[in-house]
Design a protein around this ligand. Structure first.
Ligand SMILES: [Zn+2]
Length: 488
């Protein structure tokens, strides 16, 4: 219970200021109970989760040492932040979002062994549980926040809040954590670092769900232990996905399915945009290749743990924990700057071998080979596997005159600091950066701005509410294109 310390009859006045000011100022952080659903209401009924170190501010806003919520909620008489999503949807969304953000961070930091820094200069990340009307959710380094929204489902006429899905909220926290640990990934122009961002965000929701007993029980029933069968753990964002399907007129049962058959292919041969059932280099689409490989590895690990005598529920939970440890260790060793899926896969295999005795090697390799991330030729693997650059520096590339109004723009890219170049302008790194940016320009993913134009944060989103991939800035009279650090 939060607000009973020294004030059993604590209440709010009309301004939201506590009636016993003295007791609030003296308030100590406490553990409190919140509404929580590791999936969403399409999949299963709501439960609760405890959050540690919760503090009530002077204006009634909740915070923890690492987060502060912009929305305001009052606890029930029993001191719990547990609400009915039908009768108190806004309160439910706020409580659920706050609990999920904090517990996702806690889950990962316990495995990481230390504090995960934010990519911005504050100790606390802002949480906007309901920032307005939109069918979306995003992390913004620029705004130092994770943001969730609401929208009416045009078919069911129900209001849907993106902050009420555990997977969607954890996804945005995944972006925030990865940006804190590897801020350079959002500066890269090649598809793989952005695809990996989306993969890690989806996997963060996935890993959180594996630590939820109700989800494990449900998935055990759905699959009987064969996780290649369709199941709720593999599907991300069922509720939001259904509403997006209703709004766009193309029915769907989720946002993404980790249990997929997408194969790696040279990204330069793929379009930037494509229908959902086809692979393209748009980051969410492209992430599905790496996610599919890791999901296959997970399914194999679950069978292994069941073979060791665990029940299906226990195997899902214990493999989830093994995944959390593997990702936490990998992000300490992960390549810097630009990297390929192949290099990240090699890094994971190396971490598994060096820190976990190669316990998961068979399953990881199978997944990577099945999704074409690693060629089906073990002799290549046994030779020094390439795990990507360890030190990077910035290289500035100038776009050619085949980029329309963006011709001549300067673009920064990150290159291996240990590599020598005869001519930077003619290097493969410069050429591939030019090609990646040109592709984004042609797909309308770079926002053009005029010199002296004031760019508001709203401008950084297209008409569909999707953040642009890059934006023109004018530096000392010359056009530069910067990566957008808002990611949905
Ligand atoms: Zn995302």
């Amino acid at each position: 219970m939060i607000n009973s310390i020294g004030s059993p009859d604590y209440s709010y006045n009309a301004n939201g200021i506590g009636s016993k000011l003295g007791s609030i100022i003296g308030h100590k952080p406490e553990t409190a109970e919140f509404s929580y659903n590791a999936q969403d209401d399409v999949v299963m009924s709501d439960g609760t989760a405890k959050v540690d170190d919760v503090k009530v501010g002077l204006t009634g806003k909740l915070s923890t040492p690492r987060t502060k919520m912009k929305d305001k909620i009052k606890p029930n008489e029993d001191g719990k932040y547990v609400y009915d999503r039908k009768t108190q949807p806004k309160e439910f969304a706020a409580a659920h979002t706050f609990a999920t953000v904090n517990n996702t961070l806690k889950m990962f930091e316990e495995a990481y062994g230390e504090k995960v820094p934010w990519a911005f200069k504050n100790d606390q990340m802002k949480i906007n549980a309901d920032k307005g009307e939109m069918l979306n959710a995003y992390y913004s380094r620029f705004h130092k926040s994770v943001n969730f929204f609401h929208a009416m489902d045009p078919v069911t006429n129900q209001m849907v809040y993106s902050g009420t899905s555990g997977e969607v909220v954890s996804h945005e926290v995944g972006h925030a954590m990865l940006d804190g640990l590897h801020p350079e990934y959002l500066a890269c122009w090649s598809p793989d670092p952005r695809g990996f961002h989306e993969h890690f965000a989806d996997m963060t929701g996935f890993m959180m769900a594996t630590q939820d007993d109700a989800t494990c029980e449900l998935v055990a029933k759905e699959t009987g232990g064969d996780l290649k069968k369709p199941n709720s753990l593999a599907l991300t964002g069922e509720s939001l996905g259904v509403t997006i399907g209703h709004a766009t007129g193309s029915p769907r049962n989720c946002i993404r399915d980790a249990n997929n058959e997408f194969l790696w292919q040279d990204p330069s041969t793929l379009p930037q945009m494509a229908p959902d059932d086809q692979l393209c280099t748009e980051m969410h689409s492209w992430s599905r290749v790496y996610t599919g490989a890791m999901y296959d590895a997970f399914a194999g690990m679950v069978s292994r743990n069941m073979g060791e005598g665990q029940s299906c529920e226990d195997a899902i939970k214990s493999c989830g924990k093994e995944f959390i440890n593997l990702y936490a260790a990998t992000l300490k060793e992960a390549p810097k700057g630009d990297f390929t899926y192949h290099q990240m896969a090699n890094c994971m295999l190396k971490v598994d071998r060096e820190q976990f005795g190669g316990r998961n090697r068979e399953f990881l390799l199978k997944g990577f080979i099945a999704h074409n991330i690693i060629p089906d030729d073990l002799s290549i693997m046994e030779a020094e596997p390439d795990t990507g650059a360890k030190n990077v520096r910035t290289m500035t590339v100038t776009l050619g005159d085949d980029c329309g109004m963006f011709s001549g723009a300067k673009v920064d890219t990150l290159v291996d600091a240990d590599k020598m170049f005869m001519s930077e302008a003619d290097s493969p790194e410069a050429k591939s950066t030019q090609a990646h940016v040109k592709k984004l320009i042609e797909a309308g993913r770079i926002l053009y701005t005029e010199p002296n134009q004031v760019v508001s944060s709203k401008d950084l989103f297209d008409k569909n509410g999707v953040p642009y991939d890059g934006v023109v800035r004018w530096v000392d009279g010359s056009m530069t294109i910067e990566r957008n650090t808002i990611i949905n």
